[in-house]
Write a protein of this length. Structure first.
Length: 319
């Protein structure tokens, strides 16, 4: 293990998680929870690139999830596109919109940037809620199934829908994590980390700060869009809530809780905050209090996030 790179260790850990977890699933419900973990994990992997690598903040990223989700709902109906092409179209639209919006927004810093991205997310939510003639309004609309199960049946394989979505979303998460980890070790990743530490210092050594900030924003938007598409197609239904402010906050919280600078950490944070509410149902009315308390304790005592902080403490003991 000592000879393996951090990227390889992270990928092996994720592969082990995807393969081993089903051995402990007593029912198909747990496959659904696992799928939600992977879909949320994909979204926060994009936020690792934006927050952890580039040091920028976004409180409106759920808007891109909404664009991806509604692309899968609208494109098959109005354009006759298959769902998989609709998902790619949603990612393209999200990337283009992130480019257009990001150019002026990313000139801001700190809480000004947070408020600007928040405004963008609220705008997307309002459009999805108010344009009932197109989006169905607050009632939402049906989404066409991706057709994975039918494809497997044509090959003579009968697999429950929950398991199909578990393995497919796990595969997409692994691909997304691989791309993010490769970006981290590339020259682009080094430039992003440089501007994260100090934009002035990065600019001094020749880094095009505006270009790389915009690149990180666009890439993270595409990740969010694909995760929104997967969630909509799995549920076969979508409503404007997917683009709501609370969803944006949830995504940022997952990222920071697990460790914004670590792909595996952020995915761990997404897994915890996806599964924990299911485990805390025994507390009924106290569920949110317990959840909030856990997050506060992690942020107080493990400030770099759960995974990076634990790794550091373990390394010190080994040393």
């Amino acid at each position: 293990m000592k000879n393996l790179s951090p990227k390889t260790i992270t990928l092996l850990a994720l592969v082990a998680l995807v393969l081993v977890a089903p051995l402990f699933f007593p029912s198909s419900f747990y496959y659904r929870v696992g799928t939600l973990m992977f879909i949320n994990g994909l979204a926060v992997t994009g936020l690792v690139i934006l927050i952890g690598y580039a040091g920028q903040i976004s409180l409106g990223h759920a808007g891109f999830c909404g664009i991806g989700a509604y692309a899968c709902a609208l494109a098959p109906v109005h354009l006759g596109l298959p769902p998989i092409i609709a998902m790619l179209l949603g990612a393209l639209i999200s990337g283009a919109l992130a480019y257009l919006v990001g150019r002026p927004i990313l000139r801001l810093k700190g809480h000004y940037l947070a408020v600007a991205t928040l405004g963008f997310g609220i705008l997307i939510f309002m459009v999805l809620s108010n344009e009932s003639w197109l989006t169905g309004g607050p009632d939402g609309m049906q989404v066409e199934d991706l057709g994975l199960r039918d494809f497997l049946k044509s090959l003579g394989l009968s697999v429950p829908a929950a398991q199909v979505w578990y393995w497919f979303s796990g595969l997409v998460l692994l691909l997304g994590a691989l791309l993010a980890l490769n970006l981290h070790t590339s020259s682009t990743g080094r430039a992003l980390r440089a501007l994260h530490d100090s934009e002035i210092a990065a600019r001094t050594v020749g880094v095009d700060v505006a270009h790389f900030k915009l690149m990180a924003f666009v890439i993270s938007a595409v990740y969010a869009s694909v995760s929104g598409s997967l969630l909509a197609m799995m549920n076969k239904f979508v409503s404007p809530d997917i683009a709501g402010f609370l969803h944006s906050v949830q995504m940022v919280t997952m990222t920071v809780l697990g460790g914004a600078g670590s792909v595996f950490g952020a995915i761990t944070g997404a897994s915890i905050l996806t599964a924990l509410p299911q485990a805390l149902t025994v507390f009924h009315d106290y569920e949110h209090i317990v959840l909030g308390l856990i997050m506060m304790l992690v942020m107080i005592f493990l400030r770099e996030g759960l995974v990076p902080s634990l790794i550091k403490r373990f390394s010190r003991r080994q040393g």
